[in-house]
Design a protein around this ligand. Sequence first.
Ligand code: ZN
Length: 68
Amino acid sequence: MTIGIEEISEEDYNHYFHKWLYYYGGAHDVVSLKQFIQEYDSDSMGDINIYSVDQCPCVMCLEENPNE
Ligand SMILES: [Zn+2]
């Protein structure tokens, strides 16, 4: 899948993707994934490099913390 953003790692891309799924349910007609990444606000949604349910409610972070 190519979205025209080449400067992020695959891991970061996956994290953006799962955050986007959480916040927008994959609704491209509301906010596209590309737009979500470009307009991402780490102050309100958490640092993209941090995988913690304290910072982020997405599926990836939940799986990082199976005991919580
Ligand atoms: Zn997350």
